[in-house]
Design a protein around this ligand. Structure first.
Ligand SMILES: [Zn+2]
Ligand SMILES: [Zn+2]
Length: 328
């Protein structure tokens, strides 16, 4: 955890009737962008920020600055259920009376996450089987308990499937289901304005974390989602972190290459040796990782290993309580 930065609450109109609002986060990523979009009646808020005082205060300042009231927010759409996106949702739903929209897959995922105690036990089991040392598991537990407070059960008014349309000041916004970063991640596409509200699917200078999720091949899902987005005509990507950007096809190509390279490095590390996911971390991340980031790293390696296993390129070997991997 890094201390709160004295930032956030800045907002700007990125398209007529579309505001990007920066909210502060207690992570090294620093800020989340939430978006306010004018509708024929009131506004749509895309994502909510984290359940912290600085985050709420920053949003309140922006709402006042834009010149609307809480009650003008008629709809809230969550791109996915990570804590920086959903934390403030319950409070904002009470203040605004807005209708909440969320994809069905992330509604299920949220049920798992909000059963905080069970989720922690499950997560600890996964880390242990991945070969993570007990003292690091303990540090991850401490770092995660703060974040856990942002997970609340939610009852959406609209359970999204993908394909829905929301009429707005910049034309219809089309819900595009883009699983991978989370099982029910969605983007919103404004065909008329060639704009994409990308959530955490595309972030300009970062390769979004792709974490292992049981029963899924999140990397394959993520790459398939990117393929779908590559076919769209997009002039402006509005991400949930970092600056808006364009040239989405170039970004998609580089990101696909990054994951192919990761897979190749894992295969090279397993050449003639068996290793646990934890053994693979130092070869893939040169810098030392904080406990919170270390957890992301393990889950991302597990996602890559799952992907390679489904392609028949690695297999697992049980060694006591730890799973090791080899390239046959
Ligand atoms: Zn996320
Ligand atoms: Zn995020």
């Amino acid at each position: 955890m890094t201390p709160y930065l004295e930032i956030g609450g800045d907002y700007r109109e990125v398209l007529p009737g579309v505001y990007l609002i920066e909210l502060p986060l207690p992570f090294s990523i620093g800020l989340i962008n939430v978006y306010l979009v004018r509708l024929a009646d009131g506004c749509l808020l895309i994502d909510c920020g984290m359940d912290t005082e600085p985050c709420f205060a920053a949003l309140e300042r922006a709402v006042e600055g834009i010149g609307i009231t809480w009650k003008d927010i008629r709809q809230i759409l969550l791109t996915h259920v990570h804590p920086d996106h959903i934390g403030l949702a319950p409070k904002l739903l009470r203040l605004t009376g807005a209708r909440l929209a969320l994809h069905r897959e992330d509604l299920e995922y949220l049920d798992e996450l909000s059963a905080h105690h069970e989720y922690q036990i499950w997560s600890t089991d996964v880390l242990r089987a991945a070969g993570v040392a007990e003292e690091i598991i303990a540090q991850i537990g401490v770092a995660s308990s703060e974040v856990g407070k942002s997970f609340h059960k939610l009852e959406p008014d609209v359970v999204l499937q993908g394909g829905e349309r929301i009429p707005s000041a910049i034309g219809d916004l089309e819900v595009i289901w883009t699983p991978g970063h989370s099982p029910g991640h969605v983007c919103l596409y404004g065909r008329e304005r060639r704009v994409l509200f990308a959530g955490d699917q595309m972030i300009e200078r970062i390769s979004p974390n792709i974490g292992w999720h049981p029963g899924h091949d999140p990397l394959a899902e993520y790459l398939a989602s990117l393929d779908r987005l590559a076919r769209l005509e997009i002039d402006l990507v509005l991400p949930a972190h970092g600056s808006p950007f364009s040239r989405h096809r170039e970004w998609i190509r580089k990101t696909a290459e990054h994951h192919a390279e990761r897979c190749a490095r894992i295969l090279a590390a397993l050449d003639g040796r068996t290793k646990s996911a934890a053994d693979l971390v130092p070869g893939l991340w040169e810098r030392p990782l904080l406990p919170f980031h270390y957890r992301f790293a393990i889950f991302e390696i597990l996602a890559h290993l799952e992907h390679l296993e489904r392609q028949g390129r690695v297999s697992r070997v049980q060694k006591g309580g730890v799973v090791e991997w080899r390239a046959p």
